[in-house]
Design a protein. Structure first.
Length: 270
């Protein structure tokens, strides 16, 4: 049997993994989280996003793992680094961080065939009050979504928990991008929408692995992709933030595969 096809599929095409598979996901998720822990002190005014990516690629190599993004659909970097009004898929390069810049760093590694995928927010210099509020709402929205993960709930329950919280805080949820299933593949069903109605969508079952990764804008939700075919930005140039965890559904709720070992998931950990 192809290792990528282990477990069974639901009628919606969502793979159900076995209890023993959680260990592999924890190992991959931990490495991805450890890398973001290690890069945190490097996020400083005057640092380039390309230098951050170079450090991330080195850490992946030194761990004996593989980057899932290098070579993926032609992408050539070990991370996506999205600054200020970049919603996601920002390409690392010569851009130098300025005081007050906020950035999402997204890393996916492959460890023994398992994919660990996580992202979190960082701040260069002094955090502005409005950026701080955006980051906090986005962080809390992710955990509202995670709180809805348990058998017999639906993916619509996850989306509704996120959307209702964000909109109550007068911000908007990006609808053009979503979370996804993963395991021994990078992207698989289901699409995990960060908006929705309670009770809609596929039902959650023990053994499902997927990401929850809400993108939240201070302004309107619309995005556009730049000419490089990767970088997605807010159409109104408003600030955007994102947090991402990989999770596995358990009998009682879920396990987080990408918890920060150093407790640095939130950018104000210092």
């Amino acid at each position: 049997m192809d290792e990528r096809n282990r477990g069974r599929l639901t009628k919606d095409g969502i793979r159900i993994y076995e209890a023993a598979d959680f260990a592999g996901m924890h190992k991959a998720g931990r490495l991805a989280a450890e890398i973001l822990d290690a890069v945190a002190p490097m996020v400083q005014v005057g640092q380039s996003t390309g230098a951050l990516d170079t450090a991330i690629e080195r850490m992946v190599d030194e761990a004996g793992a593989k980057s899932a993004t290098i070579g993926y659909k032609g992408y050539q970097h070990a991370s996506c680094i999205s600054v200020n009004h970049v919603v996601c898929h920002g390409i690392p390069g010569p851009k130098v961080l300025k005081d007050g810049d906020i950035l999402n760093i997204d890393v996916t590694v492959i460890v023994d065939g398992w994919y660990g995928d996580t992202s979190r927010m960082f701040v260069a210099g002094k955090l502005s009050r409005r950026a701080e509020r955006l980051i906090q709402v986005t962080h809390d929205a992710l955990f509202r979504g995670i709180g809805a993960v348990k058998p017999s709930n639906t993916f619509g329950d996850i989306g509704h928990a996120i959307q209702s919280f964000v909109e109550a805080n007068r911000m908007s949820v990006v609808r053009d991008f979503c979370g996804h299933g993963l395991g021994r593949v990078f992207h698989a069903p289901p699409n995990v929408l960060h908006y929705g109605r309670p009770g809609t969508g596929p039902m959650l079952e023990e053994g499902m692995f997927f990401t929850i990764e809400p993108m939240v804008n201070l302004g309107r939700p619309e995005t556009k992709v730049l000419a490089d075919d990767w970088t997605a930005v807010t159409r109104d140039k408003s600030l955007s933030a994102q947090f991402e965890h990989s999770v596995g559904v358990t009998a009682e709720g879920c396990e987080l595969f990408t918890l920060s070992p150093a407790g640095r998931f939130h950018p104000t950990w210092t």
